[in-house]
Design a protein around this ligand. Structure first.
Ligand SMILES: CC(C)(COP(=O)(O)OP(=O)(O)OC[C@H]1O[C@@H](n2cnc3c(N)ncnc32)[C@H](O)[C@@H]1OP(=O)(O)O)[C@@H](O)C(=O)NCCC(=O)NCCS
Length: 155
């Protein structure tokens, strides 16, 4: 198992994994997420690919890409309320359904931590949907903790 940055020819496979993540979101919040995986959503990965502040990491196992992560270097300037802050945001993250619970996600988080620290970052951040209990259990097992909440009410 090796985690590394993606090559351009691997982006269609990364999109297949992004489609699986989208399906999880559609199943959990059909009131929010659009079903299917449109051309627009596929093209968005190429915009990520060209964005100098973003990276696409993949996990390769037995010659196949079985997981991916979209990483975003965020530099928030100081505001009247908040201090300046630099961190890596994990914008997207997913493991092929056929490869889950085999340590792929954990290996990717380990890679991301090492890469971020090498660049001087001391903080990883991500956001996730409350219905996604599997993802919450995973992120908490890897050491993430909740520091802020989004709340809602149906009216
Ligand atoms: C969440 C996800 C990325 C986890 O990846 P994974 O490769 O299966 O995770 P790992 O095998 O590395 O798990 C590491 C540890 O996390 C915890 N964990 C992972 N999945 C879990 C689950 N479904 N339920 C409970 N704990 C879980 C366990 O402690 C696990 O260690 P163990 O298997 O020795 O018990 C994967 O399930 C996934 O892609 N889900 C669909 C997409 C998604 O929700 N992405 C995140 C969107 S924010």
């Amino acid at each position: 198992m090796a985690v590394r940055f993606a090559r351009e020819e691997e982006l269609p496979r990364v999109n297949a994994l992004r489609s699986q993540v989208n399906d999880v979101h559609v199943a959990g919040r059909p009131d929010v997420f659009r079903p299917g995986f449109s051309q627009e959503m596929q093209d968005f990965l190429y915009a990520i690919w060209r964005d100098p502040d973003k990276e696409i990491a993949v996990c390769e196992r037995n010659g196949a890409i079985c997981g991916f992560a979209v990483l975003h270097r965020v530099k928030r300037p100081e505001s009247p309320i908040r201090l300046a802050m630099d961190y890596i945001d994990i914008d997207e993250f997913g493991v092929d359904a056929a490869c889950r619970r085999q340590g792929v996600g954990a290996e990717m988080i380990e890679f991301i931590r090492g890469w971020a620290r090498e660049q001087g970052y001391r903080r990883l951040e991500l956001n996730m949907w409350e219905f996604n209990e599997d993802a919450l259990a995973f992120y908490e097992a890897l050491g993430f903790s909740t520091y802020r909440r989004y709340m809602e009410m149906t009216i």
